[in-house]
Write a protein that binds this ligand. Structure first.
Ligand code: AGP
Length: 368
């Protein structure tokens, strides 16, 4: 049956509203209802205790999901992890280690460069795991193991719900790996799993911030350049925000690690450049705050996405603030992906672009 837009103006708007359900459905595939512990399917056949390294490759938003995954694998599971966009990876042809795991992330499972990266990983003797949204895709077929995102069909060219579903799978995978490697205690695991299971509810609360985000969209729609800043596991969310804004509103945007600003991008800052901060409370908050201070001191319009505690601390420098629910820093990237996508959506609507079918883009890039 054809998929409709329901009461939504665009598929993208409909798909943004599916975040809570999709995250919930994806998590429930991997979390046992009885024990509330993350479990991987028995037949996955990956022994995380003995994996020497994870090599991740993907394109676009899927790559940014993979970068958050890389962060989790290193910080939570203590597995060496690396990652590169597939178009570079396949020609860089890096030597891959014994007992390594190759990890591909893709909504369609058909992206040509990612598929080539997969084949290269196999040649290099890696066990290959794909995270895909299409179970019968080429990547699924050619992998040793597959984990599915339960996002349902995604019609909008700009990826939304598939991205948070990918993050949800990666978070579960990192937790399972951490347990296998004894990298976290039972108490830490319980705390992080509980935080993960809270995300669908918090995601629904984020969607209620629509009006506040729309107000910010008016400001952003007037800009020629926009800077997104984040740190740690939210740095990839800054890149996701910038990519989404570029692809559907055609406004130039960059996602930067907040600490890199002073090494160049700060020269761009003037009152015409919105600086959008992905700044959840957590171990790196104070560092991000001082980077934002530097931007504000140069006249940048600082737009803050944070929780109540973070927003209070940034009150003096923020031109605008969206207060999001407080969450465990472990899961912040999943939650903070939503408002940056919603922002891009509203800016595109204000600009009158073709939101679901932006110019020059295809949903699935099956040629090199
Ligand atoms: C995201 O909004 C993009 N349209 C694009 O970057 C996409 O994520 C990329 O082309 C990868 O596609 P895939 O997930 O189907 O492999």
């Amino acid at each position: 049956a054809a998929i409709g837009k329901g009461n939504f103006r665009h598929f993208m708007e409909k798909e943004l509203h599916e975040h809570p359900a999709v995250i919930g459905d994806t998590l429930h595939r991997m979390v046992s209802p009885a024990t509330r512990a993350v479990g991987l399917p028995e037949d996955l056949g990956i022994d995380f205790a003995n994996i020497s390294r994870i090599t991740m490759s993907a394109c676009g938003s899927a790559f940014y999901a993979g970068l958050v995954g890389r962060w989790w694998f290193e910080a939570v599971a203590r597995i060496p992890a690396d990652g590169d966009v597939a178009s570079e990876f396949r020609y860089r042809a890096p030597p891959l280690p014994r007992d390594g795991l190759g990890l591909l992330v893709s909504q369609s499972g058909e992206t040509a460069d990612t598929l080539a990266a997969l084949r290269y990983m196999r040649e290099q003797g890696q066990r290959v795991l794909s995270i895909v949204n299409v179970a019968e895709s080429s990547m699924a077929r050619e992998s040793d193991a597959v984990l599915e995102t339960v996002a349902g069909p995604e019609i909008g060219v700009a990826s939304t719900k598939a991205f948070t579903a990918q993050l949800s799978v990666l978070a579960c995978l990192a937790l399972a790996a951490a347990r296998a490697r004894k990298a976290i205690s039972a108490a830490q695991e319980a705390r992080m799993t509980a935080a993960l299971l809270e995300v669908p509810g918090r995601a629904a609360e984020v969607l209620e911030k629509d009006e506040a985000i729309q107000a910010i969209a008016h400001r952003v729609a007037k800009a020629r350049d926009v800077l997104f800043l984040g740190r740690g596991n939210c740095f990839p969310i800054a890149m996701e925000g910038a990519l989404k804004l570029k692809e559907i509103s055609y406004i130039h945007a960059e996602g930067y690690a907040a600490g890199e600003m002073k090494h160049g991008p700060i020269a761009l800052i003037d009152p015409a450049v919105p600086v959008i901060a992905i700044a959840p409370s957590g171990p790196l908050f104070e560092k991000t705050a001082s980077n934002l201070q530097e931007a504000a001191a140069r006249g940048g319009q600082v737009i803050v996405f944070s929780d109540e505690a973070g927003a209070a601390k940034l009150k003096g420098i923020a031109a605008e603030t969206v207060v999001l629910p407080a969450v465990d820093p472990f899961v912040a990237p999943i939650l903070y992906a939503i408002p940056v996508q919603v922002l891009a959506y509203h800016v595109a609507v204000l600009k009158g672009t073709d939101v679901d079918q932006p110019r020059n883009l295809a949903k699935s890039v099956t040629v090199e």
